[in-house]
Ligand binder design. Structure first.
Ligand code: FES
Length: 67
């Protein structure tokens, strides 16, 4: 489904960007152009971003073991 009509960006593209590490609207705008036109899509894009990044969870902490 198209989220940003101005830049023809879909929810799948936003989820893919989130999976690659994009976690805020600024980065999303830089990478896909979302919300760089009229701005109407900003809240919907942010919701998808938040939903996707919360599913991804936090990265686990790496603790090196002594050799
Ligand atoms: S719909 Fe995304 S900038 Fe206009």
């Amino acid at each position: 489904m198209y989220i940003c009509l101005c830049k023809s960006v879909t929810d799948k593209q936003i989820r893919r960007a989130a999976a690659k590490g994009v976690d805020n609207l600024y980065e999303l705008r830089e990478s896909l152009g979302v919300a760089s036109g009229c701005g109407t899509c900003a809240s919907a894009a942010q919701e998808i971003l938040a939903e996707t990044t919360s599913k991804r969870g936090r990265p686990s902490l790496y603790v090196p073991s002594p050799v």
